[in-house]
Design a binder for this molecule. Structure first.
Ligand code: HEC
Length: 144
């Protein structure tokens, strides 16, 4: 448990402010875990759009971080914690195996991409694969 609370805390700053109305600490932690993933995606996206200089090492590092963060998702959601501000659907806890499998997919996709990014042209296809893994879980388990 300690491990990803630390990660979530490192990851956020601004997200913590956006979540100021959230009272449940478990809900807060999992939102911060998601924000950490989104932050890494933003770095990759900025480079893909040319808003940030391409840096293969930074992308490969971001991907490795995302894989690690994804590995924490099942434990972040293990407890059925609810909050009026949460977008988590209760079906998560009825179908926790599927939910976990979606997290494992993201872990595997990002893990296998880490270290493979060599040029800016690699970014688009990588983002497509990752986005699919995020979306596959959000489609069933996150309120839209
Ligand atoms: C295994 C399922 C799963 C995967 C994979 C997943 N998410 Fe999520 N995500 C959720 C759930 C569930 C919520 C709603 C959490 C809540 O509000 O309590 C969420 C919420 C979010 C949020 C909103 C957090 C907030 O501030 O409230 C962002 C941003 C997000 N996800 C980004 C991503 C990105 C980017 C990826 C892929 C790199 C990803 N997620 C992969 C399940 C997942």
């Amino acid at each position: 448990m300690k491990k990803y609370i630390a990660i979530a805390l490192i990851a956020t700053g601004t997200a913590a402010f956006a979540h100021s109305g959230v009272k449940d600490p478990d809900v807060m932690n999992r939102m911060m875990g998601m924000s950490a993933l989104a932050d890494q995606m933003k770095v990759i996206g900025s480079m893909a759009k040319g808003q940030m200089d391409f840096d293969a090492d930074a992308v490969n590092t971001a991907l490795a971080k995302m894989s690690k963060e994804a590995s924490y998702i099942p434990s972040l959601f293990e407890k059925k914690a609810l909050d009026p501000k949460s977008e988590a659907l209760p079906v998560i806890w009825d179908e926790f195996d599927t939910f976990t499998a979606r997290a494992k997919d993201l872990e595997a996709v990002t893990g296998s991409l880490a270290g493979t990014i060599e040029t800016a042209a690699d970014l688009g296809p990588a983002m497509g694969q990752i986005g699919k893994a995020c979306g596959a879980c959000h489609a069933d388990f996150r309120a839209k």
